[in-house]
Design a protein around this ligand. Sequence first.
Ligand SMILES: Nc1ncnc2c1ncn2[C@@H]1O[C@H](COP(=O)(O)OP(=O)(O)OP(=O)(O)O)[C@@H](O)[C@H]1O
Length: 332
Amino acid sequence: MIEVRNLTKTYMTHERGHTLREVAKNLIRRPMKEIRAVNDLSFTVEQGEMLAFLGPNGAGKSTTLKMLTGVLHPTSGEVRALGLIPWKQRREYVGRIGAVFGQKSQLLWDIPPADAFYMNKAIYGVPDRDYRATLDELVTLLDVGDVIRKPTRQLSLGERMKCEFIMAMLHRPELVFLDEPTIGLDMIAKENIRGFIRSMNRQGVTFILTTHDLGDVEMLAERVMVINHGEIVVDDSLGGLRSRLGDKKSVRLTTESAVPDIRQQGLSIIERIGPLEIEIEIDISLLPLKRFIREFNEAYGIIDMAIESLPIEAIMKELYSEGAKSEIAASR
Ligand SMILES: Nc1ncnc2c1ncn2[C@@H]1O[C@H](COP(=O)(O)OP(=O)(O)OP(=O)(O)O)[C@@H](O)[C@H]1O
């Protein structure tokens, strides 16, 4: 469905300088600096996949998505999506893809979503019967029968996001790009939107999701691609990602005597919750749980304990930090 080969994008910007002297000098000379936002990306996405495309701020996600949607020309490399070259066959391509940006609205502020939907019908040339059938299905799925007739400015964020999804799906796109689709939503609204995305995915729609909300990733994605400094750091299933970084557990303990600042292989203190309460991270490949519990019980007397797999946040923190690349490469 999508084939990306050696995709690279460099931006040329003016160097400003750090000191006042440099800034003044650079105002006259205007030296240029090259920023390699995306560096030699190659990957494929199959039809029906749900790919989370992640990375820290400035990693190159938006730049990649802009090239995949055809808004931006690459400096070099190739993209073939739905059999088309996005930035060359843009008209045909746009008719087959959809996009939802949590921070940008496609609706019009003063008119009801129902009218904006009708405008999109005309823009995409959706036949009457298809339009009515799709609208009915989406409105029922998202439960927005009354909502779509109110002016957009009167809608809650959750209601507006549901309408943004209808707007993006009315022409039945095969491939949909989502950028922070649940940003700012409460838990119920997030779950509604995630449920909708899942049901569209079950119907065969391919999704590429960019988000900083790891709840979206855990609830939606099967495959996770992490980029940093414009390069792929990881491309794996969510389960594979967890095991790749070692079998880490978070242990919350209440003890009879305070646990001191200890240094032990496979163990690190995450947080001191109270004088006798502590959260510890354990890599059980280095420090088996049984041994940890025995030693801690003997030394500090365990009163209460809760063990959980390390949340995906912790895994992402490692991947987003400098040096993540070498760590992943070493674990391969
Ligand atoms: N138009 C531009 N001109 C110059 N540099 C740019 C431009 N757009 C992006 N960049 C730079 O390219 C790099 C990648 O930016 P990009 O917006 O793709 O990152 P991102 O992963 O989407 O980040 P975020 O999560 O913050 O949105 C950054 O260093 C950014 O400053």
